[in-house]
Design a protein around this ligand. Structure first.
Ligand code: GTP
Ligand code: MG
Length: 286
């Protein structure tokens, strides 16, 4: 079941809330998620392969945008069912474009109205009514992932609208992504949270070394943070390395929570001019 929607509506937060575990990175800035990411939700009598996707991009400027758009349309094309996530407002052009795509793949679609903690309850009904006119949604479920409100009805709706088939994944499997990838994402999340303007968008992270150690010895992790320009490199590193150090300080406990192991994290910054236009590089880091 692919989770699609406008950028920043809370798709990744929703995936994490449904799984009860942080898997997908989240930030207040749009276009945080660049990849499809599988999260396996095991209900009492169903298993759902939830796919987080990048926010909808109308017109790509470069290869990275194109790759992100492909991740979204690929996930939509493969899905047996779709969750359209939208903020609790009347549908806009992005939602209408996505509804057109959903209608063309002809699979059951749930509408999730996110962030319901941000509006008065009585304002929800007219929004739900307007959406119901745009597409025959199987169900419309209002949710606040932040307050964990509406998640149980949503999980039930997901279970109810999945096609009948055998479970695809062993019950202990949470995702298809490697720990290496998820660690790189956690570093990227901190950069999204803590740097302004284009820096997060011109940043890619690659974990180049991941050495698991014995017992109490911390795992040794080395990640390279790629930026577009020398001035971005200076910004990222900060005075006396302070800014980059802060990224490491924030990312490390989350990495340790993910692996359940102590970690030693070393970050390096490298300039890779115009990497957003380099298909090979994007493929390697996506
Ligand atoms: N108030 C409130 N904020 C939320 C809720 N869910 C998500 N947010 C916030 O919305 C912002 C975007 O959340 P994400 O989960 O990164 O959104 P996304 O749709 O995955 O965004 P992209 O990956 O950029 O497309 C973050 O600042 C979240 O904290 C919610 O239920 N209530
Ligand atoms: Mg996201």
């Amino acid at each position: 079941m692919a989770i699609v929607g406008r950028a920043n509506v809370g798709k990744s937060t929703l995936l994490n809330a449904l799984l009860g575990q942080k898997l997908s990175i989240v930030s207040a800035k749009p276009h945080t998620t660049r990849h499809r990411l599988l999260g396996v939700l095991n209900g009492s009598d169903f298993q759902a392969a939830l796919i987080d996707t990048p926010g909808f991009l109308r017109k790509g400027r470069d290869q990275l945008d194109a790759a992100m758009a492909r991740q979204l349309s690929g996930a939509l094309g493969d899905a047996h069912a779709v969750v359209l996530a939208a903020e609790p407002r009347y549908p806009g052009d992005v939602e209408r474009a996505l509804i057109d795509q959903i209608a063309s793949v002809d699979v059951p679609a749930l509408l999730v109205l996110t962030k319901t903690d941000t509006i008065a309850k009585q304002k929800l009904l007219p929004v739900m009514a307007r959406y119901a006119e745009t597409h025959p949604f199987a169900e419309i479920v209002p949710v606040s992932a932040l307050e964990r409100d509406g998640l149980i009805p949503l999980a039930e709706a997901i279970g109810a609208h999945l096609p009948e088939q055998d479970a695809l994944f062993p019950p202990e499997m949470l995702t298809d992504r490697t720990t290496r990838f998820l660690v790189g994402e956690l570093v990227r999340e901190k950069i999204f949270e803590h740097y302004a303007h284009e820096v997060p968008y011109d940043t890619a992270v690659e974990v180049v070394t991941f050495e698991e150690r014995e017992r109490e010895a911390p795992d040794y992790i080395r990640a390279v943070v790629y930026v577009d320009t020398p001035s971005q490199k200076r910004l990222l590193i900060g005075k006396g390395g302070g800014a980059l150090k802060e990224v490491g300080v924030l990312a490390r406990p989350e990495i340790e929570a993910l692996t359940g192991r102590p970690a030693f994290l070393e970050l390096w910054v490298k300039v890779n001019t115009r990497w957003r236009r380099k298909a090979g590089f994007i493929q390697r880091t996506l």
